[in-house]
Design a protein around this ligand. Structure first.
Ligand code: CMP
Length: 259
């Protein structure tokens, strides 16, 4: 049951909550907020990024020369919806949300990105303004890559083009699922889907490792925070979800019945 509930879930890369789970396992000497770090060669990081797997050394060199590493604290806007600046980013550690907001400031979270994922490529490809904002959910390390370097690699590497296409297709699949969720599921089903999509199988148990604030869930499913709190309470009381220390959750298999 779990398997089918999770079919189509974006291939997860690696999670950021332990040193080995990020791309920045190297000592973080000299990081300061927003600062470009120059102590460790960017090539080390580029080689670990799935997007650039198999890229010849000369192209890694070129990308490295045109990229800079940055660290930002929680709550920092890396990309603002509608902006025209053209840089793409690779998340090395931490998590960031992709969101859109309307004129009244109401927000919807389109996705939560983790280590190894890239963003900001869409404006580089179609020369349109930024399609969404990207905001850090915790302290994050990024590689920022200039448009001309990224485009030059795309021109020369079929593998990288395919990897970018794979990333875009993954997002389309996830957007399709989101449309289905919003159109067909009630609020219990929507919450259940967010929980399942945020979970991973650890020793045979489905665990949500990262704290998932009610407000964040609400913005992912178009419901109020109060409604999400009521649903979460109901799920806990009925034994669908078990709260664990440090904000983790264990999901019981029967939660799939809501989908
Ligand atoms: P860009 O439009 O340049 O800037 C905002 C970025 O957010 C966009 O590129 C994508 O990288 C990312 N983005 C937009 N929509 C989604 C989505 N539905 N899922 C994941 N990432 C997205």
């Amino acid at each position: 049951m779990f398997g089918s509930a999770l079919a189509g879930k974006a291939a997860s890369f690696i999670r950021a909550d332990s040193a080995k789970d990020s791309l920045t396992a190297a000592p973080r000497i000299g990081w300061r907020s927003g600062e470009t770090m120059v102590t460790v060669d960017n090539k080390l990081f580029l080689r670990r990024v799935p997007l650039f797997q198999g890229l010849p050394e000369a192209q890694i060199e070129r990308l490295s020369a045109g990229s800079s590493r940055r660290n930002y604290p929680r709550g920092k806007t890396i990309i603002a919806e509608g902006d025209l600046l053209q840089t793409m980013y690779i998340l090395l550690s931490g998590r960031a949300k992709v969101q859109r907001s309307d004129a009244e400031g109401k927000e919807v979270i389109l996705a939560v990105l983790g280590p190894g994922e890239f963003f900001g490529e869409m404006s580089l490809i179609d020369d349109e303004p930024r399609s969404a904002s990207v905001i850090t959910l915790e302290s994050c390390d990024f590689l920022a890559i200039r448009k001309e370097n990224f485009v030059s690699v795309l021109m020369q590497s079929n593998e990288t083009c395919i990897a970018v296409m794979r990333g875009l297709v993954r997002r389309l699949r996830s957007a399709d699922r989101k449309i289905e969720t919003l159109a067909l599921l009630d609020v219990y089903g929507r919450v259940a889907r967010v929980l399942l999509d945020s979970s991973e199988l650890i020793k045979g148990e489905r665990i949500v490792r990262n704290r998932l604030p009610r407000q964040q869930i609400a913005k992912m499913i178009g419901a109020s925070r109060e409604m999400v709190s009521r649903v979460m309470k109901g799920l806990e009381v009925e034994g669908y979800v078990v709260a664990l220390p440090e904000g983790r959750l264990r999901l019981c298999e029967k939660i799939s019945a809501y989908l």
